[in-house]
Design a protein around this ligand. Sequence first.
Ligand SMILES: [Zn+2]
Length: 327
Amino acid sequence: MGKYDKLKKIELHCHLDGSLRIETVSEWTGKQEDKVKELLVSGSKTKDLNDYLKLFELPVSLLQTKSHLKEAAFELCEDLIKDNCIYAEIRFAPILHTSKNLEIDDVIDTVLKGAKRTFLKFNLILCMMRNMSFEDNKKVIDAAKKYLGKGVCAIDLAGSEENYPTSEFKELFEYARKNNVPFTVHAGEAGSHTDIDDAISFGASRIGHGIKAITNFDTMENLKKKNIPLEICLTSNVNTKAVQSYLDHPIKRLIDSGVEITINTDNRTVSDTTLSKEYAKLSKYFGFDTQDFYKSNLISLDHSFLSDLEKKELKEILKENYEKTLP
Ligand SMILES: [Zn+2]
């Protein structure tokens, strides 16, 4: 049992397709668990973000039926509960799951059904994909608008930042804003600080990764001024070589500069991690302690897409749990 297992936690950046159970994929494919691990877990074999993204081809190909989507959502929520997560914003790209015969609404309804079989408090974030057409991404915004407040809380933009810079998505985010659909954006992970600047100018509520902010003073100032936090995913950044090692990660320097950060897994299976494991790594490499994690969870809660009342309720739970851990 790890030191941080019992700490109550909030997860804001977790991809459904990157978080399937190894044994379930083994069952679905008939492949041995060791073989599945080889196919799904990044380990040290990925060279960059584009390479890391290739590991999603198998899980996405398996998540094309209602039964698999439902099971995947159910199991992820169960696993998050085991990690003492009390609220999660789970994301996926609904269009990626329509290559057989499901429609976008079927995909969303099914994931909601699976997740609701557990008692985890959650919301879904629907991802637009950088390599998808304008029309397809627009459908994701329309779906988010339809399901907003009914299990969906926001949209996101994911995929290869190098091949499709954030600036190309201005019109889509304008459309989202016009429709009152809030958003977080993967930016400044493999790309540069200008991707973060663009996401901020479009009206992002949060930035996925955003670690390239460290390379530009004005970007950091802008994040602080606009009260926009980063969704940090430490191990994932090491896997994608966005940073060369854990110790090279700018998380501590960002915090010391006054940028608000939240701690997340990104992909539990592909990055072979959990929130507890991320906390243990932050403790090992940067000396973070329970108080730091309490603070980061309060920031996560504050910037979640929950209502003020819901935030207040969860804040009490975090506080009570934190006080229990004090000597
Ligand atoms: Zn991500």
